[in-house]
Design a protein around this ligand. Structure first.
Ligand SMILES: [Zn+2]
Length: 250
């Protein structure tokens, strides 16, 4: 299966930097203790089967960013969730976030079409018993300043894929996050976690499948556990995106 990849030309790269630097939902966040949020984008079934219980063992809960079109579908990160996974996770206290319905590239789609796609996702998950999502992750991390400004009011925070800790002045329309995959991904995340602990920041990490032989976008269970062990060692609490945001705004 060939996975879609956003354009990598220089103009697109410059546009991404500009979009990240223009705040559409400026806010100040302050935390009394460091926080880690773990996101499972595309919501592969393995993230529910292996990732969720692993988080629970460390007293944490995660955010599963789901696209309605990916239900029961084969993705580049393996088979995606079933409706039963959604209800099981909700019952255990995890969060289902919005990842648009069709997993569209928000930088290459018309803003209105993306907003319609976000609404379609809300309706698809309402049929599975979910309240409207308050957290969003842009597919491929791709967005525009226009889309950031036009997000529905119910979306309290949206997440991109640019690395960095969230503390002090942030853009709630494009929070920063670390990839838990790729060359050096885990090492960078572990360093960031130490910094988050020292500075009482909110660190967000994202991955896709959780599998002993993961896809290029996934994480091995032992690597996820290494991050959870480090979080415990450094006194970092593990919260869903919405729970973390509530702490930071308090
Ligand atoms: Zn995705």
């Amino acid at each position: 299966m060939t996975a879609y990849e956003p354009p990598r030309d220089v103009v697109s790269k410059v546009r991404r930097v500009c979009t990240q630097s223009r705040h559409a939902a400026p806010a100040r966040l302050r935390f009394s203790e460091p926080v880690l949020s773990l996101c499972f984008d595309d919501f592969p079934a393995s993230a529910a089967a292996i990732g969720a219980p692993l988080l629970e063992r460390y007293g944490g809960r995660g955010t599963f960013f789901a696209s309605g079109a990916l239900a029961n579908a084969e993705s580049a990160s393996g088979r995606c969730y079933h409706a039963n996974d959604v209800s099981d996770l909700l019952r255990a206290g995890h969060e289902i976030g919005c990842h648009t319905f069709s997993h569209c590239d928000g930088a290459r789609s018309d803003v209105f079409a993306t907003l319609q796609d976000i609404a379609r996702n809300r309706d698809a998950f309402a049929a599975m018993g979910c309240a409207p999502a308050t957290s969003l992750a842009y597919p491929y991390g791709e967005t525009t300043i226009e889309l950031k400004q036009a997000l529905p009011r119910r979306i309290a925070c949206a997440r991109g894929i640019s690395p960095g800790l969230n503390r002090g002045r942030v853009d709630l329309a494009q929070l920063r996050a670390y990839a838990l995959f790729g060359v050096g991904g885990l090492t960078r995340a572990l360093h960031a976690l130490k910094r988050a602990a020292r500075t009482k920041s909110w660190m967000i990490a994202f991955t896709h499948d959780i599998c002993p032989t993961p896809s290029p976008w996934g994480t091995r269970p032992e690597d996820l556990e290494a991050l959870l062990v480090a979080a415990r060692k450094h006194g970092v609490v593990i919260l869903t995106m919405s729970a973390a945001l509530a702490r930071g705004k308090a």
